[in-house]
Design a protein around this ligand. Structure first.
Ligand SMILES: [Zn+2]
Length: 422
């Protein structure tokens, strides 16, 4: 009986999520198209009409593609759960392995392989059709394939040992397995924060220390003013994959580094680069990064505790179209992990705006920090260039933006900066 009720609840949340996403996407399409004809007054002097229209067309194309992938992913989700796909896969892998740990690892690998294969044509289309059409794609099919193979290798080297440890803990660490798993998971996350900038990202891109001496002196001056110590100031060859430009901050402790895409450096004047960097340093100095990591750890503890309870409820499996393997030693835990990963986003989607809201608050704070330590007008002109180069729309639908956007709309951000400059 619980099983049936849980199926119903799952379907209800899935339909609600799809309806909200579809409604927001259609609002976005209408709003962007309605404003396509003219550059908003506050940008009329800085952004040409052609660039504004390109941004509108790019946003429309991406939003439409997002609607298509949303329905594909929903079909895959229902296929795996209520239509019995995961159950079928489980029976096949069980037959091949005879249960136990081999079955569980085999099931995780088979599930990941199928999900990954479904994503390949989607990613391919996005890169070689959508991005290509707007002149952003710089990738060759060979590089796409090489990236995919490296990704697979990394998933095997990092993911398999982690999966094995978690499954061992679930099987033999007793009722508090989720707490030990949380410790392992948190440790893994911290390790990744060190490995990502130093080992993983360099597998995909070349990072060269910033060579321009005048720019370097300017940036080091800024870092001294705000009291930030880092030796890592790198330029990344982002132009190898995409014309989109960006700057980011990664790692912590001795591994922390600031990374500029070469595409961004080529476009911005030195004082604009300094202003963008001041914004990034603001995130660090105002402890946004530490807060985000803390929140991530707290949420994963809560979710693991929830999984600790769910994995013993028969309705959790049967309600999602799977027969649990209750008998000892058969190894039911991989099923629990997969179902949890599949079902969780359906139930948490509607909380997304909270994360967006907190992220936008951090962006305003980092902008204010930049305005305090550099000239706010430099950040404004850098932002205008970045919006134009990335074909980001200046006229998003306000509700769509409030729901999804990690950054405030350009006009609001620039309003705040201009009032700081005045
Ligand atoms: Zn930011």
């Amino acid at each position: 009986m619980y099983s049936h009720a849980f199926s119903m609840l799952f379907v209800a949340f899935l339909l609600l999520t799809l309806a909200v996403r579809f409604w927001l996407a259609s609002r976005q399409l209408r709003h962007v198209l309605a404003n396509r004809g003219a550059v908003p007054a506050e940008f009329a002097a800085t952004i040409p009409l052609a660039a504004h229209q390109k941004a509108a067309d790019y946003t429309v194309a991406r939003t439409k593609f997002g609607i298509v992938t949303m329905f594909i992913n929903a079909a895959v989700l229902v296929g795996f759960t209520l239509l019995g796909g995961l159950q079928w896969l489980s029976v096949q892998v069980f037959g091949l392995t005879g249960g136990g740990m081999a079955y569980q690892i085999g099931l995780l690998v088979a599930f990941a392989a199928i999900s990954g294969l479904i994503d390949v044509p989607i990613d391919w289309y996005r890169q070689f059709r959508l991005e290509e059409r707007f002149g952003f794609n710089k990738m060759t099919p060979g590089l796409f394939l090489a990236d995919m193979l490296k990704g697979l290798g990394l998933a095997a080297v990092l993911g398999l040992p982690l999966a094995w440890i978690v499954l061992e803990l679930m099987a033999s660490a007793g009722d508090l397995w989720w707490l030990y798993t949380w410790l392992v998971w948190s440790g893994f996350q911290l390790l990744m924060m060190v490995l990502f900038p130093t080992v993983i990202a360099p597998l995909f891109n070349k990072f060269t220390p910033l060579a321009d001496e005048t720019l370097k002196a300017r940036i080091e001056g800024l870092m001294r003013r705000v009291g930030f110590a880092s030796k890592g100031l790198f330029v990344m060859d982002g132009s190898k994959r995409s014309a989109h430009g960006n700057a980011y901050f990664s790692g912590f402790g001795a591994a922390k580094r600031i990374v500029f895409f070469d595409t961004l450096l080529a476009r911005l004047a030195p004082q604009e680069i300094e202003a963008v960097l001041a914004h990034e340093l603001g995130h660090f100095k105002l402890k946004h990064i530490v807060k985000r990591i803390g929140l991530m750890f707290a949420l994963s503890l809560a979710f693991l505790a929830l999984l600790g309870w769910l994995k013993n409820q028969v309705w959790f499996y049967t309600g999602l179209g799977v027969s649990p393997l209750i008998a000892p030693g058969q190894g039911n835990d991989a099923l629990a992990l997969i179902l949890f990963m599949l079902a969780l986003p359906v139930f948490t989607f509607l909380f997304g705006p909270l994360a967006s809201l907190s992220s936008r608050k951090h962006e305003f704070e980092a902008d204010a920090f930049a305005a305090q330590h550099t000239d706010a007008r430099d950040l404004v002109s850098a932002l205008v260039k970045m919006y134009e180069d990335n074909a980001s729309t200046l006229t998003p639908d306000p509700l769509h933006s409030a729901f999804y956007d990690s950054h405030p709309p350009a006009s609001v951000r620039i309003q705040h900066l201009n009032s700081a400059a005045a």
